[in-house]
Design a protein around this ligand. Sequence first.
Ligand SMILES: Nc1nc2c(c(=O)[nH]1)N[C@H]1C(S)=C(S)[C@@H](COP(=O)(O)O)O[C@H]1N2
Ligand SMILES: [Mo]
Length: 319
Amino acid sequence: MFIRHRHGWEIPEANATPEALGSGLGRRALLGAAAASILAPAAFAAATPALQSFPGPMSAPVNPLYTPGRAITPAKYVYTYNNYYEFGSEKDIWEQAQALPLKPWSITIDGLVARKQTIGLEDLLKRVTLEERLYRHRCVEAWAITIPWTGFPLNALLAIAEPLASAKYVVFHTIEDRKAMPGLREVWYPWPYTEGLTIAEAANQVAFLATGLYGKPLTAQNGGPIRLVVPWKYGFKSAKAIVHVTFSATRPVTFWEAVDGSEYGFWANVNPDVPHPRWSQARERLIGFDRTVPTQIYNGYGEWVASLYTDIKGQQLFR
Ligand SMILES: Nc1nc2c(c(=O)[nH]1)N[C@H]1C(S)=C(S)[C@@H](COP(=O)(O)O)O[C@H]1N2
Ligand SMILES: [Mo]
């Protein structure tokens, strides 16, 4: 059922001109964005990044169920415009992120599970089936990108982890590499970067673990070698560089919730009708394209995920 075909975005990097970069996101677009104060135009001055040398491609058949409905973002924008506070609070951290060693990598799975285990990433990849998904990504800051991820359903990790019936939440921790990550010295942040989902959310077919991007292994700045991808939620839920997955009976206090729970909650489902306290969420700016588009509820994934929330009331589901 998976069909491999050549994508429009599969063009040599050489075809992506600096002109395209310049016109893609003009000053007007930046100033027009409601969240202009938190944007970093300097990031766009970066040329195509010198990527780490990888052993080989990471391509897999496209899952045709998930159609993004808009053009894939040219790779250079996705590679050079990042949120990754372990490396700093600006968007231009891609070069610094190359200092993070991606190999060897292992993930410890513990908490309310049948047995605690530590799995090497290469072993983990042998136990799952890779596929490619073309997903929308919506940052809470009102910008968006459209990405070809390679990876596997988060549900496959749940099967390997064997959570106990008492487990209600799954919690993800990002690596804390003090040598590579200068942001960790900013002690007012509640490191490690922590995110969490209910077991039902994690088992949902849309929840994904990415190990690749644009048919190549996942770049350090984008959360390599393995990150969460939950595209119906604001981008901060999709934790990068995961080293620890723990199962819990109680809801975790996640990183941004601890920083400011009134602005960034646990649920963080995308909703154009619920503004952030400091800006509207009605529209989003497409990075790499000089335009904005209306935001969709659940970022357009409602047909698969809306039913997760029918029994949950009286909570801040959309922030
Ligand atoms: N560990 C970690 N994960 C993180 C973040 C971060 O700062 N640290 N930023 C989040 C936010 S706010 C967004 S929008 C996405 C950005 O992913 P990208 O840089 O690959 O586009 O990563 C998310 N995951
Ligand atoms: Mo974000």
